[in-house]
Design a protein around this ligand. Structure first.
Ligand SMILES: NC(=O)c1ccc[n+]([C@@H]2O[C@H](COP(=O)([O-])OP(=O)(O)OC[C@H]3O[C@@H](n4cnc5c(N)ncnc54)[C@H](O)[C@@H]3O)[C@@H](O)[C@H]2O)c1
Length: 245
C-alpha cells in the first residue's frame, strides 16, 4: 500500500517543474491528484498522461490570485473526489530585476502570486480540512525565504512571508489536526530558471549542481505524509548546501 493511499491531493503549479514531479510521486504512492495551474495546455496534457498510467488525476485551470477561482477549485475537487487531504501550495513566479528599477506593478504582481496566492489557497484548504477533521499543507517557499540575494527583492520578501505564514497557520490550527510546513528549495532545474543562468547557479551551490524536481518531490512527500506526523510549522531547506555557507 502506498504512503498516500486514497488520499486526495491538490497540487498548485502542478503542470510543471516541482509540482509535476510531486504529482508523479504522489500518484505512485496511491494518491488521487488535482493539478491546478494557469497553463491549461500543459496541465491537461499532464493529467491525461497520469490517467494513462491508471492514476486518478484531473486538471483544473485556476489563477491562485483569484479568490473565486480558488474556491471553485476546492468545490470541484470535493465534488469529484469527496474530500481534500493534502494541499501542495506550490505555484509561483520569479524574475530578477534591480530594485531601483523595479516598477511597483511588478512588485505587486510578484507578491500577489507568491504570497497572496499562497494565502488564498491555504485559507481554502483550512476551510475544507476543518470540515473533515484535518489534513496537511505544504507551502513552497524558497531558500530565499531565509537569505537575501541581489535583484530579487519582491520574490525574496514574498518567500520570507511564506515561511512565517507557515509558522503562523501551523500554530493556529495545530489542535485541529492540520499540519502546515514549507519546502525551501535551492536552485532546481525547472523552467523557472533561465537556461543561461544554470551554469553560474550550479557553481554557486556547494554540491556544484542544480537540484532535480524529483529531489524536491521526496521532501514534499515526507511533509505531506504521516512520515512527518509530529512536524508542523517547519521549513525544510533542500538546497545542495547553499544556505550552510
Ligand atoms: N526552481 C527553483 O530553483 C526554485 C527555487 C526555490 C523555490 N522555487 C519555487 O518552487 C515553486 C515551483 O516552481 P518551479 O521551479 O516548479 O517552476 P515552474 O515554472 O516549472 O512551475 C511553476 C508553475 O506555477 C504556475 N503558476 C504561476 N503563476 C500561477 C498562478 N497565478 N496561478 C496558478 N498557477 C500559476 C506556472 O504556470 C507553472 O506551471 C515556485 O513557488 C517557485 O518559486 C523554485
Amino acid at each position: 500500500m502506498g504512503k498516500l493511499q486514497d488520499n486526495v491531493a491538490i497540487i498548485t503549479g502542478g503542470a510543471s517543474g516541482i509540482g509535476a514531479a510531486t504529482a508523479r510521486l504522489f500518484v505512485s504512492e496511491g494518491a488521487k491528484v488535482v493539478l491546478v495551474d494557469l497553463n491549461e495546455e500543459k496541465g491537461k496534457a499532464f493529467a491525461s498522461e497520469l490517467r494513462a498510467l491508471n492514476a486518478d488525476a484531473i486538471f483544473i485551470k485556476t489563477n491562485i490570485t483569484n479568490e473565486e477561482e480558488v474556491a471553485n477549485t476546492f468545490k470541484q475537487t470535493v465534488e469529484t473526489f469527496g474530500k481534500v487531504d493534502i494541499v501542495f501550495n506550490n505555484a509561483g513566479i520569479g524574475r530578477v530585476h534591480p530594485s531601483h528599477e523595479l516598477e511597483y506593478s511588478e512588485w505587486r504582481n510578484t507578491v500577489n502570486v507568491d504570497l497572496d496566492g499562497v494565502f488564498l489557497v491555504a485559507r481554502e484548504s483550512i476551510r475544507e480540512m476543518l470540515k473533515t477533521g484535518g489534513g496537511t499543507i505544504v507551502n513552497t517557499a524558497s531558500m530565499y525565504g531565509w537569505v537575501g540575494s541581489p535583484g530579487s527583492a519582491a520574490y525574496n520578501a514574498a518567500k520570507g512571508g511564506v515561511v512565517n505564514l507557515t509558522r503562523s497557520l501551523a500554530l493556529e490550527y495545530a489542535e485541529q489536526n492540520i499540519r502546515v510546513n514549507a519546502l525551501c528549495p535551492g536552485f532546481i532545474d525547472t523552467p523557472i530558471i533561465p537556461e543561461e543562468s544554470k551554469q553560474a547557479l550550479s557553481q554557486a551551490t556547494p554540491m556544484k549542481r542544480l537540484g532535480q524536481a524529483e529531489e524536491m518531490a521526496k521532501a514534499v512527500l515526507f511533509m505531506a505524509s504521516d512520515d512527518s506526523s509530529y512536524m508542523t510549522g517547519n521549513s525544510l531547506i533542500v538546497d545542495g548546501g547553499y544556505t550552510a555557507q
